[in-house]
Design a protein around this ligand. Structure first.
Ligand code: WTA
Length: 649
């Protein structure tokens, strides 16, 4: 924590949607009378049938139910496309910047977005997909990914996007988990100058798909792929025979819009379910106010549509607001470390939103890559996904933002649908590393972790819960409402439990301190340690494993794996490589272990519970402060582990 603060300039504040006084007034109103506040905000969206009810929520454990605008009807694709056609049919909706700067960018107008989305929707219908059916997207960052999402919304199908970096096994699990009728993929996904064989991966996944499911394939590179008769279809072929008009399906506000799998502390990833009305109201509002988006701005979020950030802040929020949203296929360091800044210059980007891990990696490459680009159009910078260290914040502010552009450090989660805490750029004096203030309607509470008692006042620390609901909140876990209640509403009764720790400083501003559960955050990607552990023990030579996070300079946290081997197996450098590749294959490259250590035994309590606290300390080289080890079944394993840390790698 630093004591420095950075106030917005008078000019910025004068032109901003929200200044300090307006924030205070609106925030107070949002907490005092949520029904009235959200009834008004709901008008951001065009409703086919207006709502008469606003909020209907119970956080009572055993009876958790969350509904917003429950008798309203709307269509999200109509809100993101059709309603803009009158005023802005020739305005660019999506700027697509390909992986290679040598390939031309595309500018897709709202009119073209309408046509492409309708054709995609009619292609779904031609393949037998209708309202309520699940469609899995396993796609590169190409405009067709946005069309595919909006086409689902248009006909009322539920999309579930699987990040294209996930393995065939992970894809199969998600296709089976939602019994999807259709998977959309592409021949290949170019990224950083290399092509990932997406269709080949999808074919591998389909070997484990247990029900009838079709595949729709987008031609991205023209690479050679095998098509299975009857099952696989080229998008361009199906589209050749469909109409360019598809009427939007009226959807109830509480009809599901999408499922997005995310990691928790236990078990397999769970399918977070978001619904229609509340989600789009919240995504549109946060996009406008957090980024101080104004008519005509060019807005760029560098996330992938495979994560929630891509859902809310590349596609739904910006398009609902009639914005021009930039979609980037590539990576920050290809062809070199100036790529982000060149794209900002080329397309005159006004709002730029990225992850701390990218900022740290680019900071390490030196300032020249930034300084040679003209970034004078930037008005607001944003970060998301993990805590940002003050050093990276200062670099972002001074070098990228020229010392004047405000940074919004947005704290939120897949579960929350949109930003829950963030400074508003025209309202708040920024503190590097602080998510600052709750968004409208959000009441954060800091709880004492063991008793669950609310900690009042300032200059306090504890676990972070939210007192009441907001429209963008997830509604359930797909197919497992009990798990939903247990995960978020059972530890601290009557609140939504975030899984994060936080501090409220002397001024009442919030600082997220990181996860308090067994979730780690690697390069802004959420990873359940249990998932990596189950991948490791699936290897025939591994008998047990325990995975923890440790501080990593670029990634924020790295993945540290302790493995115990089957009797007779020897720990060698080759096995280390083999295990690393194994995890990449089981889950995907994002789960690749950073360090693996052989553990002759794991520190367990007498009841068999692994004491991760100890493993975390050893991973952090902090073994002077291991705390009480007397409850361990065999305290001597700790010395072995400290000694054996020398063989990690
Ligand atoms: C972490 C990403 C600190 C946090 C939108 C949260 C953050 C988890 C921030 C959710 C931030 C996200 N500062 N930590 N600005 N934003 N986190 O579901 O631990 O992928 O619980 O959603 O990321 O990750 P998820």
């Amino acid at each position: 924590m630093t004591d420095k603060t950075y106030s917005p300039s008078d000019d910025f504040t004068a032109g901003a949607h929200i200044d300090a006084a307006k924030y205070d007034e609106m925030y107070a109103a949002s907490i005092k009378d949520p029904d009235a506040f959200w009834a008004e905000q709901g008008k951001r969206i065009d409703w086919i049938k207006p709502y008469t009810k606003v909020k209907n929520v119970s956080y009572d454990f055993g009876n958790v139910s969350i509904k917003w605008f429950e008798d309203g009807e709307l269509n999200i694709a109509a809100n993101c496309i059709d309603r803009h056609l009158e005023a802005r049919s020739d305005q660019t909706a999506i700027i697509w910047e390909p992986d290679s700067p040598d390939e031309p960018a595309k500018h897709i107008t709202y009119k073209e977005l309408h046509e492409n989305t309708c054709k995609m929707a009619n292609a779904y219908k031609a393949l037998g997909v209708g309202k309520g059916d699940r469609v899995v997207l396993y796609m590169p960052m190409i405009p067709e990914a946005a069309y595919a999402m909006l086409a689902c919304a248009r006909i009322g199908a539920i999309h579930s996007i699987v990040f294209a970096g996930f393995s065939p096994d992970a894809l199969a699990a998600r296709v089976n988990g939602s019994e999807a009728k259709l998977v959309i993929t592409a021949d290949e996904a170019p990224r950083g100058g290399r092509n990932t064989a997406l269709k080949v991966n999808a074919d591998k996944a389909f070997k484990n798909v247990t029900h009838d499911c079709k595949m729709l394939v987008v031609q991205r590179t023209g690479g050679d792929v095998a098509m299975e008769d009857g099952r696989d279809h080229w998008l361009h072929e199906v589209q050749a025979n469909v109409s360019a008009d598809c009427p939007p399906e009226p959807m109830n506000a509480e009809d599901p819009l999408f499922i997005l799998y995310t990691s928790g502390s236990t078990g397999a990833p769970k399918g977070v379910v978001h619904t229609t009305g509340g989600y789009i109201v919240y995504a549109a509002m946060t996009h406008e106010l957090t980024f101080d988006y104004h008519e005509g701005d060019i807005y760029w979020c560098t996330a992938d549509v495979g994560w929630v950030t891509g859902h809310s802040y590349i596609v739904y929020g910006p398009l609902a607001n009639g914005a021009t949203t930039l979609m980037f296929e590539g990576v920050p360091t290809y062809p070199d470390a100036s790529r982000f800044w060149q794209v900002c210059e080329k397309h005159k980007v006004n709002q730029f939103y990225t992850a701390p891990t990218a900022i740290r990696a680019l900071m390490g490459q030196g300032d020249d890559y930034v300084n040679k680009c003209d970034l004078s159009d930037l008005k607001v910078l944003g970060t998301v996904g993990e805590p940002i260290n003050p050093e990276a914040w200062e670099w972002y502010h001074n070098i990228v933002g020229g010392g004047t552009v405000p940074i919004v450090d947005t704290w939120w989660q897949t579960e929350t649908g949109g930003h829950l805490m963030t400074p508003l750029p025209g309202a708040h004096a920024l503190k590097p590393g602080s998510a600052m203030k709750p968004f409208f309607g959000i009441e954060p509470v800091v709880l004492e972790p063991t008793t669950g008692a609310e900690i009042d006042g300032n200059d306090v620390e504890g676990v972070l819960c939210i007192r009441d609901s907001w429209p963008g909140q997830m509604r359930t876990v797909w197919g497992d409402h009990e798990r939903f209640e247990k995960t978020y509403f059972s530890d601290y009764k009557g609140y939504y439990f975030t899984g994060d720790g936080c501090k409220r400083d002397a001024d009442g501003d919030y600082w997220i301190t990181g996860r308090v559960d067994d979730v780690i955050n690697v390069s802004g990607h959420r990873m359940g340690t249990a998932e990596v552990e189950s991948a490791l023990v699936a290897h025939p030579k591994v008998s047990e494993s325990a995975v923890v996070g440790y501080p990593h300079e670029i990634k924020g946290q790295g993945i540290y794996c302790y493995v115990t081997l089957m009797g007779g197996e020897e720990y060698t450098d080759e096995l280390k490589v083999e295990l690393r590749n194994w995890v990449r294959q089981e889950i995907g490259p994002i789960a690749s272990p950073d360090l693996i250590q052989w553990a002759p035994g794991l520190p367990k309590t007498r009841s068999g519970k692994i004491m991760r606290r100890i493993l975390r300390k050893i991973a952090e080289n902090d073994y002077g402060a291991l705390g009480d080890t007397s409850t361990l079944a065999d305290p001597s394993v700790v010395d072995d582990l400290i000694e054996n840390r020398m063989n990690r790698g």
